[in-house]
Design a protein around this ligand. Structure first.
Ligand code: ADP
Length: 308
């Protein structure tokens, strides 16, 4: 089957700012594709072009079987979109806003499936649909867009940092909806700057930096990029004073400011635990690599060059 999203050498300039610099992104049918990069990398610009909200300076973009700019009306019936910062109509209730957004995608008031899905989502997202838009917090505005997106089946869900402002419980609800629509055969493009979120839900990931895709692959293929930082108190273990521990899979072991620090490949953490237990370590801290760390480790030289 053809790709659901395909961009080739996509360029977008805003005056002297190059937001996209030859972006090649491919999203296959039926996958949850993570679109990962730090703020300012070009995620929203890409998504705006895919939705036909902005025009590329050059390059090609295809979404489903059409052109996002020329075929916008036809394509939008099959696309559900959630932005990272949702605006709602101040004078409509949340329920009215959901109905309005869903009508644009073909749902009717008398449509039994829609009424059932809407009621189910309002309950699982613990949303009060009777209040006026102007009274909603950021998290509640986000829920309006998420409920509207998931209440009407779509072929393609384009979600631009959709969980900003949601509490952890609601993130779980969000994830279970993602899995549900994927089971139903839909495709999802999920932009995020949060690595653990992407790790938990995505089949494939593309990493964007400075308007280009710098890595793309399955999580297993990208696993080599992520390392977990581990540290423990240097004086709290059975380790001889000043000795450097030998821990299976550890990289860059150092003793600094009274703590032993090292990094582990993310899939090696459980293998190292027995040795840490044997050493009787205290004050153990295990921190997954942040996306920023990952970028600095892989692209630090480039970033330093750009700044000079
Ligand atoms: P992300 O979504 O990854 O945070 P964006 O796509 O919002 O990144 O931004 C990419 C780059 O393009 C940034 O340098 C941003 O300042 C710039 N940019 C985005 N939109 C505009 C605009 N409308 N006018 C000028 N510059 C813009």
């Amino acid at each position: 089957m053809a790709d659901m999203i395909r961009t080739e050498r996509l360029v977008k300039r805003y005056g002297r700012v190059t937001a996209l610099d030859g972006l090649d992104l491919t999203v296959a049918p039926g996958e949850i594709h993570g679109f990962l990069g730090p703020n300012g990398a070009g995620k929203s610009t890409t998504i705006r072009i895919l939705l036909g909200l902005a025009r590329a300076t050059s390059g090609e973009a295809r979404v489903l079987d059409g052109h996002p700019w020329q075929d916008a009306v036809r394509l939008h019936r099959r696309i559900a979109y959630v932005p990272g910062d949702v605006s709602v109509w101040p004078n409509l209730t949340g329920g009215e806003a959901i109905d309005f957004l869903c009508r644009l995608r073909g749902a009717g008031r008398a449509d039994g499936d829609y009424r059932r899905e809407r009621a189910r989502l309002i309950e699982t997202f613990q949303f009060d649909p009777r209040k006026k838009g102007r009274t909603y917090s950021k998290g509640n505005r986000q829920k309006v867009a998420l409920i509207a997106a998931f209440a009407v089946p779509a072929d393609l869900y384009i979600l631009d940092e959709p969980t900003s402002g949601l509490d952890p419980l609601m993130e779980l609800v969000f994830r279970s909806e993602l899995h549900r629509v994927r089971e139903a055969g839909a495709t999802v493009l999920l932009s995020s700057h949060i690595l653990p979120e992407v790790e938990q839900v995505c089949d494939r990931v593309s990493i964007i930096r400075a308007g280009r895709i710098v890595e793309t692959g399955t999580l297993a293929e990208l696993r080599h990029l992520t390392r977990t930082a581990v540290s423990f108190a240097a004086n709290g273990s059975t380790l001889a004073h000043g000795a450097t521990p030998v821990i299976p899979g550890a990289h860059d072991v150092e003793v600094d400011a009274g703590r032993v620090r090292f990094s582990l490949d993310s899939d090696q953490v459980t293998a190292a635990l027995p040795e840490l237990t044997r050493l009787g370590v205290q004050g153990l801290r295990i921190e997954p690599a942040s996306l920023e760390d990952l970028f600095l480790r892989h692209y630090g030289d480039d970033l330093a060059r750009e700044r000079t």
